[in-house]
Design a binder for this molecule. Structure first.
Ligand code: FMN
Length: 189
């Protein structure tokens, strides 16, 4: 199958089904090179990527726990554990960050879309290289205390946490919408 048709096989893998090996640094560089080809109005490059592996995932667990407790001081132990376990599910996490600037020609939504396209490119490239991946957000992605702990500036936002690794088992892929319901032809009349 050629590379273009391989994109039809792109699918997400639940984070808990992603195991070692994750992409190594050289493979990740290649994946990020693909992300740099995301469409980008004004050549602003409005994104950057933070990698989190190994013990650093435990530090992210603590960041998630503190954020959850700040949002809900009465949080149950069970929910807290669930949040703390999240970063430990997969061997590698890439945080895709949108770096937003005031630009008279490129509104923020376009910069967010560019960063989202970069995130999708990471999913496509990692699958094409034989790795599994999934992009996840949740409340922690939109929590400023999490952003600050990860070193984001005030003009930066988390687009998603992309969990990466090798698929332990391959689940059936989600059924996609009927393409005929997604296409129309505008004739101008
Ligand atoms: C910006 C964004 C954030 C997402 N966040 C979550 C999430 O927090 N939890 C979740 O279960 N799925 C989330 N998803 C959906 C999954 O990444 C995935 O696309 C979905 O499970 C469908 O699987 P597929 O990619 O194989 O079609 C998100 C998708 C996008 C685009």
């Amino acid at each position: 199958m050629n590379q273009k048709l391989q994109f039809l096989e792109r699918h997400s893998t639940p984070a808990k089904l992603l195991v070692e090996p994750a992409p190594d640094d050289a493979q990740l560089r290649q994946i990020f090179q693909v992300a740099l080809h995301a469409p980008d109005h004004g050549r602003l490059n409005p994104y950057r990527f933070i990698t989190i592996r190994g013990d650093a995932r435990h530090a992210l667990s603590e960041v998630f726990a503190s954020a959850v407790k700040r949002r809900d001081p009465g949080v149950s132990e069970a929910y807290l554990k669930k949040q703390k376990d999240k970063p430990l599910r997969s061997p590698l996490i890439v945080v895709v960050v949108a770096c937003l600037s005031d630009n008279p020609k490129v509104p923020e939504v376009e910069q967010m879309l560019s960063a989202g396209a970069a995130a999708h490119s990471i999913l496509l490239a990692s699958n094409a290289m034989g790795f599994g991946s999934i992009m996840l957000t949740g409340d922690n992605a939109y929590d400023r205390s999490v952003c600050e702990a990860l070193g984001l500036a005030a003009n930066e936002k988390i687009i998603s946490f992309i969990y990466l690794g090798t698929e332990k088992v391959e689940l059936p892929h989600p059924v996609k919408p009927d393409i005929d319901n997604k296409i129309s032809n505008w004739t101008g009349k």
